[in-house]
Design a protein around this ligand. Structure first.
Ligand code: SF4
Ligand code: SF4
Length: 505
């Protein structure tokens, strides 16, 4: 298959040798699980359990929206339910520190495992070819599946694209381009058949003739395993893409595979495409074939400071401290912890934060693996421009955002920045450009929310004025009708009086 050039990109040292050749291991049962009700993009789930309640593994503990209660097969909105990762006792439901550098509190359910790890009653297995598409999408939604590549977009909502786009191809993203991360690589090497079955279910739902499974060309064993697994599948092919960061970004993968660019502000559906991660396909297999909701995931734990880097099968809600302990703790002085990869991941310091549906990696980095914290002024070297895969001019964007000129930054393409960090990586002045752009995007969102809020207030005010005017008009009409009725009655009485006078006379 012909591949197309993508703009920009960098070749950071990938450090994947630390964990790539280690088989997935299961993490021992933790003493406590912390389950955020917001493990996806969209509206947070609401706790459906009480403190003191015993729950079974797979039991629904966070409900997303009223539609779930109704079992509606579509239109769930952007949200996903949360399930108990093991059996045990609910010990707390409260606002607690979120697994995010902001540290903002969010609703969290605490579960104390009972050690039995026993499943509750699960929905029955579905045969995809003898189930309706809406039944399959409903199962995916009810199983709480979200984009496992880190995007955390609810999968059932993504599949809605089949209704309004003329889809022709499904792209399966196995291009794990972030340094250190090998969770998808190992999953493909160890569970290729199950992933391919999940892909088959997605292909059936979307009714697309073509499936492209994109894998970085250095991940030879994963590609071989997937090629073997697709032998009897129709329309599926494995395509090796160049190992270059950020090849795994949805837009750049599409560009490399099709030569087409997703228009600014649009989704891949605009090109007849939909992209899902290999981990998502695996979760779809488990939900449809086994009736099991999403309660665990594969996480790469790596970095120079961790004693035993590797890939681990982790229950959602497991605290990072437990994971680090399972890996033998730290063997080198720790400089920085990261959730995700070093390019797009987020630094954090509280080891009590939990693993969530979108956590593909936990990194414990040494000083030599982290860029210096102090940066120097921009020397206008221009190195960041060819590195940018979105064709932006990061040094100019940086000046605009630093000076809080968000509107001009948006005009200069801030919205198209995918926060990949390629510009920060090449910057000789060590300017944390991506952090500025992240901040700028946050400000832009605030501004848009302000505009939406102002528009909503104006609409409410206009609607109220219309209602007040209508009421006044109705009141006036009533008064006039009453006046007319009185006048008519008076006239009738006068006529009656006149007639009576005539009769007397
Ligand atoms: S972070 Fe944004 S500006 Fe920097 S290289 Fe990536 S897309 Fe371009
Ligand atoms: S790479 Fe850094 S120093 Fe060079 S132009 Fe870009 S922001 Fe400035």
């Amino acid at each position: 298959m012909k591949l197309f050039e993508i703009r920009g990109g960098v070749h950071p040292k990938d450090h994947k040798e630390l964990s790539a050749n280690k088989a997935i291991q299961t993490v021992p049962m933790p003493l406590e699980l912390s389950l955020p009700m917001h493990q996806h993009i969209g509206i947070a789930a609401k706790p459906m359990v009480q403190v003191g309640e015993l729950v079974a593994k797979g039991q629904l503990i966070g409900m997303c929206a009223t539609k779930c209660l109704e079992g509606a097969a579509s239109n769930h909105g952007i949200t996903a339910p949360v399930h108990a990762p093991t059996s045990g006792l609910i010990t707390n439901i409260a606002m607690r520190r979120s697994p995010h550098p902001s540290g903002l509190p969010e609703m969290m359910v605490t579960l104390q495992p009972d050690g039995a790890d026993s499943w509750g009653s699960l929905p029955s297995a579905l045969d995809p070819l003898n189930s309706s598409v809406s039944e399959l999408v409903e199962r995916i939604h009810q199983s709480g599946i979200v984009g496992m590549g880190g995007a955390m977009f609810p999968t059932a909502a993504k599949l809605e694209a089949r209704k309004y786009s003329d889809l022709h191809s499904l792209i399966i993203n196995g291009a794990e381009c972030e340094p250190y991360l090998t969770a998808d690589d190992r999953l493909m090497r160890e569970e290729a058949q199950k992933i391919v079955d999940g892909i088959f279910i997605l292909q059936h739902i979307l009714n697309v003739p073509n499936v492209i499974i994109a894998i970085e060309d250095r991940r030879v064993q994963a590609a071989d395993a997937m090629r073997t697994a697709i032998v009897s599948q129709k329309g599926m092919s494995v395509v090796l893409v160049p190992t270059r960061y950020p090849m795994g970004s949805e837009k750049h993968l599409i560009k490399a595979l099709t030569g087409e660019e997703v228009p600014s502000g649009s989704l891949p559906g605009a090109l007849g495409l939909i992209v899902n991660n290999v981990g998502t396909a695996y979760a779809v297999h488990e939900a449809v074939r086994l009736g099991q909701p999403l309660v665990s995931r594969i996480v790469t734990v790596s970095g120079g400071a961790i004693k035993n880097p590797g890939n681990y099968h982790v229950l959602l809600g497991t605290k990072v401290s437990h994971l680090v302990e399972t890996c033998g703790g730290f063997s080198q002085p720790l400089e920085q912890m990261m959730i995700g990869g070093p390019m797009m991941g987020l630094p954090f310091s509280d080891l009590e934060v939990p693993i969530t549906k979108g956590t593909n990696g936990i990194l414990a980095l040494t000083k030599s693996e982290v860029k210096p914290g102090t940066h120097r002024p921009c020397i206008r070297c221009g190195a960041c421009i060819p590195a940018c895969p979105s064709g932006l001019e990061p040094q100019d964007l940086f000046v605009l955002v630093r000076n809080e000129k968000i509107e001009p930054a948006l005009d200069a393409g801030l919205a198209d920045c995918i926060l990949c960090g390629a510009c920060s990586y090449v910057c000789p002045s060590h300017i944390p450009l991506v952090q500025f752009f992240n901040y700028g995007k946050g400000q832009a969102l605030e501004m848009r929310n302000e505009v939406v809020r102002a528009e909503r207030l104006k609409r409410l005010s206009d609607e109220r004025s219309v209602r007040v005017e209508e009421k006044a008009r109705q009141k006036k009409a009533k008064q006039e009708a009453r006046k007319k009725a009185i006048a008519a009655r008076k006239k009738a009485q006068e006529q009656e009086g006149a007639q009576a006078g005539e009769v007397k006379a």
